[in-house]
Ligand binder design. Structure first.
Ligand code: PDD
Length: 294
């Protein structure tokens, strides 16, 4: 048997109880297990404070509404659970995984009546890469976006996304950039930005991509600092013609893509606009650690 992973002793939360991860058990009839019937959030924690928690809780509400699960907890209750989880786990920087399913019921595609939702949260270490490592960038490949048209829902059923990511890795890359109807949408687990002639461009929010919290923050930071930023479609051709390409997510922050389909992007160096946004993002994190804002 492979050794238990060290995280097994970490404290998690399951349906009202804080307990070691190794002791947390869910029924095999849970609809999350049977159907992938649930939604999730990943919330970064800096200086033991959840970053942009209200934004994550609002997106959780939107995802729950979209799949018709009543939110089992109030925002205050979510906040309390998350604060306790942060307190009970090691590390000033953590990543909180939050997961809600439609609960345990006899297997039937139709929704069960009166079944309480399953609520599970765990904390993972958040290992933000060193600035020098981030600046090495990542490699990406384009893949056809074969997902459904509800990509704005942060659904736990991630089969296409894991296959995209694995296909990228199998071809020697780190991330897949998805193409639907000739447009670049997002990454397997990240949002997409390009820079062309000094203008930052990211696809508009809609059913074809997840409204990333990091994406929104980058747009906000760009606007606050008078950087040119447009939310509009990116054609496949524009992606290949870009001066800079970045991907963003709560765990990866904002990372330059320096190779796309084995072709160098931006001369193989991170661009000046990425550098600016990266530094602004780091400053935000530092302000949160200093207790200046949420
Ligand atoms: N994923 N698009 C997809 C498909 C994602 O799965 C993610 C994040 C993002 C970026 O969203 P945010 O900035 O809110 O993290 C975009 C998380 C990190 C995950 O599945 O682990």
């Amino acid at each position: 048997m492979p050794p238990l992973c060290p995280m097994q002793s970490a404290t998690c939360y399951l349906n009202g109880e804080f307990l070691p991860l190794a002791a947390a058990k869910v029924s095999v009839l849970d609809r999350g297990f049977i159907f992938g019937d649930g939604v999730y959030e990943v919330i970064p924690v800096y200086g033991r404070k959840a970053f942009r928690l209200n934004h994550h809780l609002q997106r959780l509400q939107n995802s729950l509404d979209a799949i018709r699960i009543d939110n089992p907890l109030s925002n205050q209750e979510w906040q309390q659970i998350i604060d306790t989880l942060i307190e009970q786990n090691e590390g000033d920087e953590q990543s909180i995984y939050l997961h809600v399913t439609r609960g345990v019921a006899q297997r039937d595609h139709a929704f069960p009546a009166y079944t309480p939702a399953t609520v599970f949260l765990m904390s993972n270490p958040l290992l933000a890469p060193e600035p020098t490592t981030v600046a090495l960038g990542i490699k990406a490949v384009t893949l056809p976006d074969i997902r459904w048209l509800n990509c704005h829902i942060k659904a736990i059923s991630l089969l296409p996304n894991i296959l995209f990511r694995q296909q990228a890795i199998d071809s020697g890359s780190d991330e897949a950039i998805l193409i639907r109807d000739g447009m670049a949408t997002e990454g397997a687990a990240s949002n997409l930005f390009i820079v062309k002639d000094g203008v930052i461009i990211t696809p508009p929010k809609g059913s074809q991509l997840l409204p990333g919290i990091t994406r929104d923050l980058i747009v906000e930071l760009a606007q606050q600092h008078q950087l040119n930023c447009e939310e509009r479609e990116i054609t496949e051709q524009q992606l290949f013609d870009a001066d800079e390409i970045w991907i963003s997510s709560s765990t990866k922050e904002v990372v330059p893509v320096l190779e796309l389909n084995q072709q160098t992007v931006g001369g193989g160096q991170p661009g000046p606009v990425w550098k600016q946004i990266y530094l602004l993002y780091q400053a935000m994190k530092q302000e949160l650690r200093n207790g200046q804002h949420k």
